[in-house]
Design a protein around this ligand. Structure first.
Ligand SMILES: Cc1cc2nc3c(=O)[nH]c(=O)nc-3n(C[C@H](O)[C@H](O)[C@H](O)COP(=O)(O)OP(=O)(O)OC[C@H]3O[C@@H](n4cnc5c(N)ncnc54)[C@H](O)[C@@H]3O)c2cc1C
Length: 441
């Protein structure tokens, strides 16, 4: 329970800016601990920010051991979703489809040896597949090597680069959540059952602070709301909120918004990818895929080095599809030659909130009472329930006087027999060289 010792009464114990999946999970965990929380979101409902556009892929293969541990913990929450939510939602519960995830071995990922080492350390199952075994699972695949990924204006685009790919690894504990917005609504309902409140169409335009600590937020309507704790979970707007709070100078790792396009294309004739497909990650062509409703294939980019990154102002960017959409579809057409390339682009255009090393920041700030769960870099939907639990523990410890910068709080995972050092996600960390510096985390 929070200590209350304000001279002016506070409206809430904690105000959480953002009601995406991580903001909602943070509220749920704090509310369970007896905190009076308010989530404010400029959008009309929970999960309408980048969460709503998420491909919501749940997978365990991360390039750092801590990243993989958190993802495997997250996998267990999604597998046990009804138990986590523990209330009825009038809209029903989100569904996690456990399809498994097939990852191609490439030179770039060092044939997955380091990642499989992390899997072994953590007891996460994986199985190597030969090209012949991949063909059994995906008979419509062309397994020639095309890598490294290229731009479409490169004369060598779609030219096989010699031999077949080396094989793949199948990670069975993986899949995707069919409706990330509904999942967020589920968490909202769970939090509300513990007294949490949510306000929508409410944009924070100022953070109230004095020299010592945060005091609350001011909304566009002019209304001021007071709380001893304010948490920045504003997704791609995270840097703007940090600037409002005046905390950026105390950060070694920062965040910015990156435009992303996701393509939805019909599956080739004779293939039932919606029922039989699985999540794939294919560094040889720079794309990941998963089944999508209506027997479509969803295609996302793995941000290969040849692609220009489009950093944008989250309040002022072009939400239309660009060349990138077609590039992603043409890349997958190398692997699936029977894939038709539709003339009309369908899918999603939205933003990642990317940190300098593509690893999130789950931390306090230099301003007492101001916290952040940001920089989720296109890969933290799966970890949201874990992030919520970590944030609640961090906030409670720091508000009780712990100096997390000097003496990092650790979080005991609920499913895995291990703890996470929350200091790993510090805003003051050195850039982590083990990171993939891409959406792969
Ligand atoms: C295209 C795409 C694909 C992705 N695919 C995957 C995937 O397959 N697997 C995976 O694990 N992750 C994936 N991610 C990442 C994942 O979706 C995010 O990490 C996660 O949803 C972030 O949740 P959040 O709650 O932090 O942020 P958000 O969902 O962005 O929520 C932030 C909220 O803050 C609100 N806000 C912003 N500014 C203000 C303000 N001033 N006042 C009030 N409210 C404000 C916004 O309206 C928004 O609702 C993907 C992301 C994208 C964009």
């Amino acid at each position: 329970m929070p200590e209350r010792h304000a001279e002016v009464p506070e409206d809430y114990d904690a105000i959480i800016i953002g009601a995406g999946i991580i903001g909602a999970c943070t509220a749920y965990e704090l509310a369970r601990r007896g905190w009076r929380t308010l989530n404010v979101d400029r959008a009309p409902a929970a999960g309408y920010g980048s969460t709503g556009s998420s491909c919501a892929i749940i997978r365990t293969h991360y390039s750092t051991l801590d990243g993989a541990a958190m993802a495997y913990e997250g996998f267990h929450y999604w597998s046990d979703w009804a138990a986590y939510i523990a209330v009825q939602d009038e809209r029903g519960l989100a569904v996690f489809r456990k399809t498994g995830c097939l990852v191609m071995k490439t030179e770039h990922n060092r044939f997955l040896e380091p990642i499989c080492g992390h899997m072994d350390t953590l007891g996460i199952p994986w199985r190597p597949l030969t090209p012949a075994q991949i063909r059994e699972r995906l008979p419509f695949y062309d397994l020639r090597r095309f890598g490294p990924p290229r731009r479409r204006d490169d004369p060598a685009f779609a030219t096989a680069s010699g031999g077949d790919i080396a094989g793949a690894v199948l990670f069975p504990d993986a899949g995707y959540v069919t409706d990330p917005q509904l999942a967020t609504h589920n968490v909202q309902r769970a939090a509300e059952a513990h007294g949490a409140t949510f306000r929508f169409n409410a944009q924070v335009v100022r953070i109230d602070r004095d020299t010592e600590r945060v005091r609350g937020v001011v909304l566009r309507s002019g209304e001021a709301l007071r709380a001893a704790v304010v948490v920045n979970v504003a997704g791609p707007h995270s840097a703007k909120i940090n600037r409002m709070a005046g905390v950026e100078d105390g950060m070694r790792v920062r965040t910015r918004a990156l435009k992303q396009e996701v393509a939805h294309v019909p599956t080739p004739p004779g293939v039932d990818f919606e029922s039989d497909g699985l999540v794939t990650s294919d560094g040889d062509i720079g794309c990941y895929c998963r089944p999508e409703m209506g027997n479509h294939i969803l295609i996302g980019s793995e941000d290969p080095a040849c692609d220009e990154r489009e950093w944008v102002d989250p309040d002022d960017y072009d939400r239309s599809f660009s060349e990138q959409w077609q590039t992603q579809v043409c890349r997958v057409a190398q692997r699936i030659p029977s894939l038709g390339i539709p003339s009309r682009a369908q899918g999603v255009v939205d933003l990642y909130d990317v940190s300098d090393d593509w690893i999130p920041i789950y931390d306090k700030s230099d301003l007492a009472g101001f916290y952040m769960a940001i920089g989720t870099s296109g890969n933290q939907f799966k970890n949201a329930p874990v992030a919520g639990a970590m944030m609640a523990e961090l906030i409670e410890a720091c508000q009780a006087g712990r100096d997390h910068d000097r003496d990092p709080v650790s979080h005991r995972l609920r499913y895995l027999d291990r703890s996470v050092d929350i200091g790993f996600y510090s805003r003051r960390r050195e850039i982590n060289p083990e990171s993939s510096f891409s959406v792969l985390g």
